[in-house]
Write a protein that binds this ligand. Structure first.
Ligand SMILES: C[S@@+](CC[C@H](N)C(=O)[O-])C[C@H]1O[C@@H](n2cnc3c(N)ncnc32)[C@H](O)[C@@H]1O
Length: 233
């Protein structure tokens, strides 16, 4: 699957930011801000990994949150897609964030980082693309330091009736607009969101040994993040 996903993101990279903000009516920015606020709380300094950083928006939200809270942050934004990385690097330099954010190539299924390298690991809208959530959970456990936290943001079908109906209506619009832009990519977005099981994923993380695993719904469940902690011993 990963080759297909990589090709898919190469095909939409140039339109990715515009389509994100357009299709979500700008709410995606608020969702990333909520995940960043959850990631950066009480520490004075952070080593953070943004897995599958794409064009870097979550890494940028984290850098902004750290500055607002007076914390020092060193953020690694990692992605396997060359085109997305190129755009992320451009954006980081446009925002003047080179001293905080380092964009680099890597695979979420086989991370190049040493064990216990990060205080916090985040990802945004990427879980649905991974070949194996079990492998990802193992990698998450390996690269987090004991006591380190994760905040994983994504979209799935909401639990409640009204939000589900809204989602289904929105899906039709996304498919229609997506068919003009890049058909395969946007039908993949719709099917992967419909099929993603956030509770099952939380169960995988618990089974891996993380504690305090919880799901926080955003905008009545249109998006969510799963957060939790690597035990200290
Ligand atoms: C929907 S985009 C999300 C980008 C960004 N996190 C955001 O908040 O907009 C998904 C990203 O996941 C990346 N990706 C998918 N599978 C990956 C993997 N196994 N390793 C690294 N990156 C991956 C894709 O290249 C793409 O940039």
């Amino acid at each position: 699957m990963s080759d297909r996903i990589n090709e898919l993101f190469s095909s939409i990279s140039g339109k990715y930011d515009f389509m994100n903000h357009f299709l979500s009516m700008g709410i995606d920015k608020r969702w990333r801000a909520a995940a960043a606020a959850e990631a950066i709380k009480e520490r004075r300094s952070y080593r953070i990994l943004d897995v599958a950083t794409g064009t870097g928006d979550l890494a940028i939200a984290l850098a902004g949150e750290a500055r607002r809270k007076g914390a020092a942050a060193k953020i690694a934004g990692m992605d396997f897609n060359t085109e997305m990385i190129r755009l992320a690097k451009q954006k980081i330099s446009r925002f003047g964030l080179e001293s905080e954010v380092l964009i680099e190539k890597g695979d979420a299924m086989k991370m190049k980082y040493k064990p216990c390298s990060f205080d916090v690991v985040v990802s945004g809208f990427a879980l649905r693309n991974f070949d194996s959530l079990k492998v990802f959970s193992k990698e998450l456990m390996r690269v987090l330091r004991p006591g380190g936290r994760f905040v994983l943001l994504d979209m799935a079908m909401p639990d409640s009736g009204i939000s589900r109906s809204f989602f289904k209506a929105d899906f039709k619009v996304i498919k229609l607009i997506g068919s003009v832009v890049q058909k395969g990519a946007y039908s993949w977005l719709v099917s992967s969101v419909s099929e993603f099981d956030k509770k099952k994923f939380a169960g995988i993380l618990e089974k891996e040994g993380f504690t305090g695993v919880g799901i926080t719904n955003l905008t009545t469940g249109l998006a969510f993040f799963v957060s939790g902690t690597k035990p200290k011993s």
